[in-house]
Design a protein around this ligand. Sequence first.
Ligand SMILES: *[C@@H]1O[C@H](CO)[C@@H](O)[C@H](O)[C@H]1NC(C)=O
Ligand SMILES: *[C@@H]1O[C@H](CO)[C@@H](O)[C@H](O)[C@H]1NC(C)=O
Ligand SMILES: *[C@@H]1O[C@H](CO)[C@@H](O)[C@H](O)[C@H]1NC(C)=O
Ligand SMILES: *[C@@H]1O[C@H](CO)[C@@H](O)[C@H](O)[C@H]1NC(C)=O
Ligand SMILES: *[C@@H]1O[C@H](CO)[C@@H](O)[C@H](O)[C@H]1NC(C)=O
Ligand SMILES: *[C@@H]1O[C@H](CO)[C@@H](O)[C@H](O)[C@H]1NC(C)=O
Ligand SMILES: *[C@@H]1O[C@H](CO)[C@@H](O)[C@H](O)[C@H]1NC(C)=O
Ligand SMILES: *[C@@H]1O[C@H](CO)[C@@H](O)[C@H](O)[C@H]1NC(C)=O
Ligand SMILES: *[C@@H]1O[C@H](CO)[C@@H](O)[C@H](O)[C@H]1NC(C)=O
Ligand SMILES: *[C@@H]1O[C@H](CO)[C@@H](O)[C@H](O)[C@H]1NC(C)=O
Ligand SMILES: *[C@@H]1O[C@H](CO)[C@@H](O)[C@H](O)[C@H]1NC(C)=O
Ligand SMILES: *[C@@H]1O[C@H](CO)[C@@H](O)[C@H](O)[C@H]1NC(C)=O
Length: 712
Amino acid sequence: MLPGKGVRLPFSLLSLVLNFVSSDALGLGTPLDYAPNVNVTCPPNDTLIRVFTPQTQSLNELEANYTNTRLNEVIPQAWQDWLGNGSAIGYNLSSFGGNYSKIGIAISGGGYRAAQYGAGVLSGFDARNSSAVAAGTGGMLQVTSYISALSGGSWLTGSLFFNDWPTIPDMIFGNNGNLSGWILDLNLAAPDGLDVFNDENQYFFGSILYSIVAKANLSIYTSITDPWARMISYHFLNETTRQNFFLNDSAHGAGQLWSDIPQIPSVQQHLTPWPLVVANSRPVGSNSTAALTPEPIVYEITPAEFGSWDPNLSAMANMTYVGTHINNGAPPNATGCVTGFDQAGFMMGTSASLFNQILDFADNTLEGFDSSDAKNLIYVLQRQLREVRTRAADVANWPNPFQSIKPDTFEDSSSNWLELIDGSSNLENVPFGALFVKARELDVIIGVDSSADDSSSFPNGTSPLFSQARIATLLNSSHQTFPPIPSSFDEFVSTGVNQRPTFFGCDPTQNPPEFPLVIYMPNAPPLNGDNPVTNTDTFKIQYTAKHSLIFLDQVHNNTIGGFVPNQLGPDPNWGKCLQCAAIDRARLKVTPTIGRSDICTTCFKQYCFNPQNPPNASEIVGRKYTFVDPDPQGVSKVEGFLGNNKAPFIVGLVLLFLLIIAAVFFLRRWKAKKDREYKRLTMEADDAGAPWLAYHERLSTLELPSREGLGK
Ligand SMILES: *[C@@H]1O[C@H](CO)[C@@H](O)[C@H](O)[C@H]1NC(C)=O
Ligand SMILES: *[C@@H]1O[C@H](CO)[C@@H](O)[C@H](O)[C@H]1NC(C)=O
Ligand SMILES: *[C@@H]1O[C@H](CO)[C@@H](O)[C@H](O)[C@H]1NC(C)=O
Ligand SMILES: *[C@@H]1O[C@H](CO)[C@@H](O)[C@H](O)[C@H]1NC(C)=O
Ligand SMILES: *[C@@H]1O[C@H](CO)[C@@H](O)[C@H](O)[C@H]1NC(C)=O
Ligand SMILES: *[C@@H]1O[C@H](CO)[C@@H](O)[C@H](O)[C@H]1NC(C)=O
Ligand SMILES: *[C@@H]1O[C@H](CO)[C@@H](O)[C@H](O)[C@H]1NC(C)=O
Ligand SMILES: *[C@@H]1O[C@H](CO)[C@@H](O)[C@H](O)[C@H]1NC(C)=O
Ligand SMILES: *[C@@H]1O[C@H](CO)[C@@H](O)[C@H](O)[C@H]1NC(C)=O
Ligand SMILES: *[C@@H]1O[C@H](CO)[C@@H](O)[C@H](O)[C@H]1NC(C)=O
Ligand SMILES: *[C@@H]1O[C@H](CO)[C@@H](O)[C@H](O)[C@H]1NC(C)=O
Ligand SMILES: *[C@@H]1O[C@H](CO)[C@@H](O)[C@H](O)[C@H]1NC(C)=O
């Protein structure tokens, strides 16, 4: 049954796609806004890219202006609001003479788990949250200069910006006003229940297809990252509500650009840190489907620029014009520039493009795949793929702005395209690197790690270890040194520093210090001994509201709670200890330096990792490690679809992607022999009751009747 249906569906959808595209009546604010603008007049080519060396690296002027203005005009007051006159932690803040630490927060990947874990930590650091303020931790977010993020962490970050820097509960659960929440109870890939053929799912896919064909039609290669990007936009950007989820009365985030972040009101007021989103690259031609070695270039995406500080590239491209093929610093011609490629959803999708490791086109299989029906479906679709033209289908395809740059060291110097993939593909799941860039001059770096490393899906130090190694071997000319940490994940585990907040690099031997201080905030079981609900699978793409509420609460409570050796429960001094860590480097900027206070010395004994006298995991007592579903009713439904199995979710995406390739392919042919092809395709769509027909009619007249009764 499925193969038959599978065959008919694509062609049915094709015919409606053709109609969307042939319609001239398309207005503004539609999913079509996903298409970039081509044939744009280029700016002077010295504003398109800049090339430097590790020795001459400097910040983009927009970034420098933003961070300096925030540092000078906003953050000093935030320190005073947080620490008062400093007496609670044994200092006289006035004696610091206006010197403070410069702080960045790095938020790991891990899908919805990472987005929620990062959100819970930020709420525990937020001066707008009363329990965080009462604990003494609320205030850290307000003194932060940078936030780096990748994959699921980038979804959180994008959501914070494109919702104008709301509080965490408002952002995730909505505020009965302009914020609709993340709507995580509607499945990411199949929001109308588990069957991809359900009516509303068909409308959803149609809308996504519509977006992507508009992009592909401009001869810009798309891939599975594009539908992924559109799906992410529905949840994390600000134009989708529960009411309009299956309607096209909004662009559902299409047309919102990363380079527009500086215009967001809270950014205009310098109320936010500067965001850095990280993506990895698969060397073009390698076709790799495995985890990366450390060598491939790591890219960052900022509101100003796209590029890399890695010595092998050391170049940045103007974010407004990413999507332009730039060869040796010049665009193809004076009107050959592209804008609007930096779709917010596509930036978040690129950072989270993990498909090259889980899709296996060659063997016709999917990792974890076990349903024979789905297998048949894939097989049929696979045959279609062989007939159509595309380039790398399993990565984010970016026109290369750095062609011919650094030919001796830049691996993709000769390539027209870059193949960007999930920021954690080189196992650096916490985007530390972006914050260690020398020009950013950070004193304190907070690692928010919700990697699913161990058998209970908690982190075990893999990510900081890989970052430390990559910095030491490849980036020592461009990046600050990573401070001492345990030497292996076995030592991370045996010291217990993967289960509690830990400070690394507390005692530099030089001034200025040879490394920043790192505050490590790993996802860990609740301090009160409850069953954990935060160690969920990366591929869990649907959460009930109840689960999310408890998830956020557990993370928030751990973030404001610290830990006490050999007992359960929060540490009443943790807030002060976090303040001690935040301000500690500022002591060294004052002449003469200020000694560490007694209170802070006591704190550091408890929270610092001292390689000479490491702590022991036996101090962590009474915790439970096994995930226990807090809302089984909701999840049993999910299990029917996902279980521990990624396949159906991937099947949905593959299906969608193949439809798009097919649509573009047929669109080209259709242009050549318009009428005949059109008729043929329409005639194949002979099922009068098919849901796509209703959608077809709606879109051809652009009248979108309101729909009710979602809440499934
Ligand atoms: C861009 O310009 C080229 C010719 O210069 C033209 O063939 C193409 O159709 C134009 N594309 C768009 C989308 O206007
Ligand atoms: C940065 O700030 C300087 C001084 O205020 C100003 O002249 C310049 O235009 C700003 N640059 C950008 C890119 O905002
Ligand atoms: C800080 O303020 C408290 C009262 O709020 C006062 O008792 C204390 O002396 C002040 N400390 C310093 C260092 O100014
Ligand atoms: C705090 O430091 C300031 C500036 O050095 C000084 O004027 C003030 O007297 C100090 N306050 C206390 C309570 O020591
Ligand atoms: C969404 O955010 C953008 C800014 O990023 C803003 O211009 C727009 O008004 C917002 N839309 C809604 C529906 O809140
Ligand atoms: C990668 O794939 C391309 C296209 O199929 C092929 O030409 C190339 O040889 C492959 N590269 C490697 C290293 O297998
Ligand atoms: C990008 O280029 C435009 C046009 O030259 C320029 O106005 C803008 O400042 C550039 N942006 C950055 C971040 O350099
Ligand atoms: C930049 O553009 C000018 C003409 O506008 C050209 O003369 C110059 O060679 C270009 N620079 C590069 C690096 O291509
Ligand atoms: C300029 O370059 C673009 C992108 O390569 C191309 O589509 C367009 O046809 C070129 N225009 C002219 C006038 O050559
Ligand atoms: C730590 O995590 C890695 C994956 O990141 C895994 O291969 C390894 O077995 C784990 N080791 C321990 C001791 O948990
Ligand atoms: C978080 O802490 C508060 C205050 O102690 C408590 O009422 C609440 O139950 C805790 N939440 C969870 C999920 O443990
Ligand atoms: C840091 O403190 C010193 C006094 O030790 C002062 O001269 C300097 O201006 C301060 N720096 C900043 C950035 O406030």
